[in-house]
Each structure stands twice: as C-alpha cells, then as structure tokens.
Design a protein around this ligand. Structure first.
Ligand SMILES: C[C@H](CCC(=O)NCCS(=O)(=O)O)[C@H]1CC[C@H]2[C@@H]3[C@H](O)C[C@@H]4C[C@H](O)CC[C@]4(C)[C@H]3C[C@H](O)[C@]12C
Length: 326
C-alpha cells in the first residue's frame, strides 16, 4: 500500500510512501526539457517541462512511480487493485494514453492542476502494456500543485473520475469518495484535552495526555492510513523555516509507514515502506529517505543542465548512516 500527501505550511510539499515487498531497481530520474517522449498512440513531445522523480528506466524510458515538474505540478501513482479499469478500445476524440505514459503525458505539458484537469478530461487511459514482462499497473493518481490543492484521478469500469481532494491525502482502495467518507466516523477525534462525555455520574479520569486521539486507527490497511495521515497532516505545525517544514512532512509520512514484519502478503513476503519522498514544489528540490537510511537525501533540479536531451539518474542510497559521536 502507499500513502501520498500534500503539505502546505508555506512552501508546498508533495510526495508519498512507496510500500511494496520488492524493489524494481528504481532510481531518482531527471528528464531534461529536450528528452523526446514517445507515446504509443500519440505524437512525440520533444520539448517540455523538466521532470524529477522516482522511476525505473527501461529501454531509455522513465517509468515514473511519482514525479514533479519544474512548474511545480506533482503526480503520484498508487496501487488501486481490482478497481482500475483501462479501456480496450481507442478513442477517436480523446488522446489515447497508457497508464505507464500518464505521468510523462501530464507533467511534460501542464504547469498546474487547472491545466492538468483540462488535459485529463481529454485523455483516454488505454490498456497498453509497456512490455510482455511489464504488465499494466492498477493505479489511481494524486496530483497537487503550488496552490496546495489536490486532484484524484480514478479510471473505473464506469469511466474516468476526477475528484477535487481538499483533504490532500490518498492511499489505495477503496475509491476516493469512500476513503473521504471514512473521516466522518472519526469526526470527534481531537488534539485537545477531552471532557468526560461518557457518563457524568461516573468519575473518569484522563490517565494520559493525547486522549483525544485514542480512537485514531493504527492499522496498516489503506483506510486506517488514510484517516491517520489526514489527522496528522491537518494538525501538523507550520513553520517559516523550510528545513523544519520538510522534517515535519517526513514525520507525517512516517506515521503511516510500514515496518517490516507487520504486513505479510500471500506470497509470504513483507510489505514495507521502501522509500518516502518529498517534492518541494516551490523550490524544485526533491528529498527522500529509504527504509534503511533515514537521513534525508536532497536532489536539486537547478544543479542539472535542464536543456539536455538525455535522462539523468542517481542511485538511491539505502545504507544505514550513523553519526559517530565518540
Ligand atoms: C506497486 C506500486 C504502488 C505501491 C503500492 O501501492 N503498493 C501496494 C502493493 S499491494 O497491492 O498492497 O500488494 C506502483 C506505483 C508505480 C508503479 C510502477 C509504474 O507505474 C511504472 C511501471 C508501469 C508498468 O506497467 C509496470 C511496472 C511499473 C514499474 C509499475 C510497478 C508498480 O505497479 C508501481 C511501482
């Protein structure tokens, strides 16, 4: 499972936890402005916004898991098993784009959510594999921009749905409106000390601080993570200091991370948080941590030649990093 958030204390920080049992050999991949994006059914785009994110590069093509462009638009694909449905037939009126092309299609052309929405309603997500060995991924997507707003895109059996997401969080199943509805169950949670509303004639003492969060779901399932990430995001402190805000952002994602050993899959493997990442949409800076390396790594778009035409990639460091004090 995965969790994606947009946090807007001052700058706008967007990204996700990637939770999975296996690594695909993904890297930090920068697509400069003059790399030619070829699409299976649409014309190539040879000059576009530069993009940075996590991707698997196959046949010199960046298969992005999540990314943001230099204009400050971010987009993440999250697992949506059993619900994602891609069209078998090509549209004559809309652009036909495969799910693996969707992030490049949107981020190469759109600078914000308004433009992205206008493009996506004219896009038909079609069931075209990247290759025999790389089957279609069942995904839905969270997009966010420098307004701090977010948009969910879900291709269901009954068609493409776009939802304005004022909550700023997305996990996996079920459909976004159902995830959003689940918050109603928890509307009485609070960060304030709570009163005894149970029974006034019974003497009940608050044995601990934090009693207002006593029913905040702690599970690793997608709805529990959605509720917990939303509560923690909406009560996170906002600072004037960029480093403090980035640190807070990672605290929010860590509150829904998956430790190894807690989520056994049918294949016997552990699902765990392979990486957590953060795009500062205002500064064009990318940050990440991994399961074994909680030091925050930083990759800056400004340090690259963005007029280049070749992909630039950096290996992800997953080695524990200790500061030796004595
Ligand atoms: C599985 C990933 C989402 C994380 C997640 O939600 N995991 C939950 C696992 S589980 O259901 O709970 O078991 C998704 C996010 C982006 C996906 C990748 C990207 O879409 C890029 C390509 C697309 C190709 O079609 C398949 C390989 C792939 C490289 C995808 C593999 C996988 O589906 C990824 C890595």
């Amino acid at each position: 499972m995965c969790t994606s958030i947009i946090f807007s204390p001052k700058n706008h920080y967007f990204g996700r936890n990637l939770d999975l049992d296996i690594s695909y050999g993904q890297k930090v991949v920068i697509t400069p402005r003059n790399y030619q994006f070829d699409f299976r059914k649409e014309n190539s785009i040879s000059h576009h916004f530069a993009i940075i994110g996590i991707a698997l590069v196959a046949n010199d093509y960046p298969l992005y898991f999540d990314a943001a462009n230099e204009a400050g638009l971010g987009m993440a694909g999250l697992n949506y098993p059993g619900n994602a449905y891609y069209q078998e037939t090509l549209s004559l009126t809309k652009a036909n784009i495969s799910p693996f092309e969707f992030i490049p299609w949107v981020l190469s052309q759109c600078s914000n959510l308004t433009e992205a929405e206008a493009l996506i309603v004219k896009t038909n997500l079609v069931a075209i594999n990247f290759s025999e060995k790389m089957p279609l991924a069942s995904l839905h997507w969270l997009l966010a921009d420098k307004t701090g707003q977010a948009l969910v895109v879900e291709a269901d059996r009954d068609g493409l749905h776009l939802y304005h997401n004022e909550v700023g969080v997305l996990t996996n199943n079920p459909q976004f409106p159902k995830q959003r509805f689940a918050l109603n169950i928890y509307r009485n949670l609070s960060v304030q000390p709570t009163a005894n509303t149970f029974a006034s004639n019974i003497d009940l003492t608050p044995y601990s601080s934090g009693m207002g969060s006593v029913n905040l779901p702690g599970g690793l399932d997608s709805v529990s993570r959605f509720v917990r990430a939303t509560f923690n995001l909406h009560h996170a402190p906002k600072s004037e200091n960029n480093a403090e805000n980035i640190n807070t952002y990672f605290h929010i994602l860590k509150s829904v991370e998956q430790q190894k050993g807690l989520n056994k899959l049918d294949n016997g493997q552990d699902e765990f948080t392979i990486y957590s990442d953060c795009f500062d949409l205002d500064q064009n800076c990318f940050y990440y941590t991994t399961y074994n390396n909680s030091q925050i790594s930083q990759v800056s778009l400004a340090h690259e030649d963005l007029e280049d035409s070749n992909l630039i990639s950096y290996s992800i460091s997953d080695q524990p990093n200790f500061r030796e004090v004595n």
